[in-house]
Design a protein around this ligand. Structure first.
Ligand code: SF4
Ligand code: ZN
Length: 315
């Protein structure tokens, strides 16, 4: 691109070879374009970055701190509490970065919020022979805790670090399940279905996972070695789709981007209008949190009551 430095990154979807600087600039430009295209972050927005501590979190923070007023940025990090997967060490860089940039950090855990770590929740589940996937508890709880912080602390948006690979997998999962409601909810222009939900935005959604890895590597990010031991309980459909999509991308570079854009455009043309007529979600009769249409008790209360844990958690 610059014609000066020697190329280091082959960006197969664009057919270009870029030097470090041009690669980083290209990634930041695409991030900014996505933010502007969908009005994801406006100058007055107070934004809460949901950071797990991985490479995508690193890239998200690295870019947001440069493009947004840091006095309007906060971070929430939720430690699950899984033995051998010591997230307290993994998130040390977030603690340091938030201090360096003067960003508010809300460091919390499943234990702090529910009284139980994820390991303890899984033991209670196994004791009752329920065999629920740990990832189900993990996902539902993490979303609840992040939204609770955003709502009670007055943030306008929750910003997550999902990348292009994550987003295409999610779109395809929802298509294969025929879940139109969730398909629409993943589009950046969809509105939240409850006044208690803070809008979630994903500015990395058009950046490939290999690109966030390369960016993080170039910026000196120390990659985590430990993997969550519950990873084998992750939904198999996502794992199958991930492998399949890698194959497709390998033989036809740019496929993931094209799939995402095609589904985005289909939702914009055909589905968004339909979704705007939806009424507000009902509230859970136990904790008061918004719950799915037709449900009187939310998924979290349902899950926790089955393992004998007090489910009247704040929402
Ligand atoms: Fe949570 Fe499952 Fe991911 Fe582990 S693998 S952090 S349990 S979602
Ligand atoms: Zn509930």
């Amino acid at each position: 691109m610059c014609g000066r430095a020697s190329g280091r990154v082959l960006q197969r979807h664009s057919g270009r070879v870029l030097c470090d600087k041009c690669f980083r600039e290209d990634l930041v430009t695409r991030f900014r374009n996505e933010v502007a295209r969908y009005g994801m972050i406006t100058p007055s927005d107070r934004v809460l970055l949901a950071l797990s501590g991985g490479k995508d979190s690193f890239v998200l923070l690295d870019i947001v701190k440069d493009i947004h007023d840091v006095s309007k940025v906060g971070i929430v990090t939720v430690v699950e509490g899984v033995e051998g997967y010591n997230r307290v060490d993994d998130v040390a860089w977030i603690v340091e970065a938030s201090r360096n940039y003067g960003i508010d950090l809300h460091l919390t855990s499943f234990k702090e919020f529910t009284g139980y770590s994820l390991d303890e929740i899984v033991s209670l589940d196994r004791l009752r022979k329920l065999e629920t996937s740990p990832c189900t508890y993990c996902g539902v709880l993490r979303r609840r805790i992040i939204n609770y912080h955003a709502r009670t602390l007055g943030y306008d948006k929750v910003v997550t670090a999902h990348n292009l690979d994550d987003e295409v997998q999610t779109y395809l999962m929802n298509l294969l399940r025929g879940d139109e409601g969730r398909l629409i909810q993943n589009h950046p222009l969809s509105s939240t279905l409850s006044r208690y939900f803070i809008k979630r935005v994903k500015p990395l959604r058009k950046i490939y996972e290999w690109e966030t890895s390369a960016y993080a590597f170039m910026r000196g990010f120390k990659f985590q070695e430990a993997e969550c031991p519950y990873i084998r309980f992750r939904p198999t459909l996502r794992a199958v789709l991930r492998d399949y999509l890698y194959e497709v991308e390998r033989s036809k570079p740019g496929s993931l981007l094209r799939v995402l854009e095609a589904i985005d455009s289909y939702i914009e043309k055909e589905l968004l209008k339909k979704a705007s007529n939806l009424v507000e979600l009902p509230q859970c009769s136990v904790c008061g949190s918004p719950t799915a249409y037709g449900r009187s008790v939310c998924v979290l209360c349902d899950l926790l009551s089955k393992i004998g844990v007090n489910s009247r958690l704040p929402f």
